[in-house]
Design a protein around this ligand. Structure first.
Ligand code: HPA
Length: 238
């Protein structure tokens, strides 16, 4: 039992998917997991545990932004023994080589957030995804035949950013802007766990354009399959 997740010890699997939207967590549980049971309803931040191809998997909403994700992921790592955490979410593309609906396997996350400064002061930590997860996801995405890239995102504290920081990130090869991955990778480093993020490009900040709700649903399915198959593969390797 912890403050924001009201579940007994053992109710959450060592493998977890982390969508920002709690209703996405419900969708994933209902459409991809077998025998899924809801373990958390505190603040409407739904969490479920079930199995995928026989492997125990949980799915937990994190809310939007790094401070919200930080609360849930800290509790998952500290109190529930989560080992493999994969964020599944959307980002706005800032690279001309990236198209709407593409999948991005995130290997690193820059950030404009004060969270990194508060932890590291004048040092500059590089929030990085777990290489075994990235390597496994890369080979599965290739087999799936989907359009995807492996690269970096920037986790912003702003959705509506008057400073247009994305232009600077784009100059340095960042593929997309989202709001959570840097804190997930930093917490995983602190707790010696494995984390990665997979993004669907929902809008294009550089070139303009947005996906429809229906399109998001289909491409979202690719991302979910990729995340779940990655979990199955890394569990099989043990
Ligand atoms: N900015 C920040 N986060 C996002 C965006 C964006 O354009 N699109 C999806 N998540």
């Amino acid at each position: 039992m912890s403050t924001h997740i009201n579940a007994p010890e053992g109710a959450i699997a060592p493998n977890i998917l982390l969508p920002g939207d709690p209703l996405r967590a419900k969708f994933i549980a209902e459409n991809f997991l077998e025998d899924a049971k809801c373990y958390n309803e505190v603040r409407g931040m739904l969490g479920f545990t079930g199995t995928y191809k026989g492997v125990p998997v949980s799915v937990q909403g994190t809310g939007m932004g790094q401070p919200s994700l930080s609360i849930y992921v800290t509790e998952l790592f500290r109190f529930y023994g989560v080992q493999n955490a994969i964020r599944v979410g959307t980002c706005g593309a800032v690279s001309a080589d990236t198209q709407l609906r593409d999948t991005i396997i995130v290997n690193a996350a820059c950030s404009d957030s004060c969270l990194l400064n508060q932890r590291f002061g004048s040092l500059h930590f590089a929030p990085t995804a777990s290489f075994p997860l990235v390597k496994t996801a890369d080979s599965i995405a290739e087999k799936m035949g989907i359009r995807y890239q492996v690269g970096s995102v920037a986790s912003s504290d702003f959705f509506y950013d008057k400073n247009e920081n994305w232009k600077k990130w784009a100059e340095y090869g960042v593929l997309g802007i989202e709001m959570e991955s840097a804190e997930l990778f930093t917490l995983a480093a602190e707790h010696k766990r494995n984390a990665m993020a997979i993004m669907t490009v929902s809008d294009h900040i550089l070139l303009g354009g947005q996906t429809t709700a229906e399109e998001r649903q289909t491409t979202f399915t690719n991302m979910m399959k990729l995340a779940l198959e990655t979990i199955v593969a890394v569990n099989a390797k043990k």
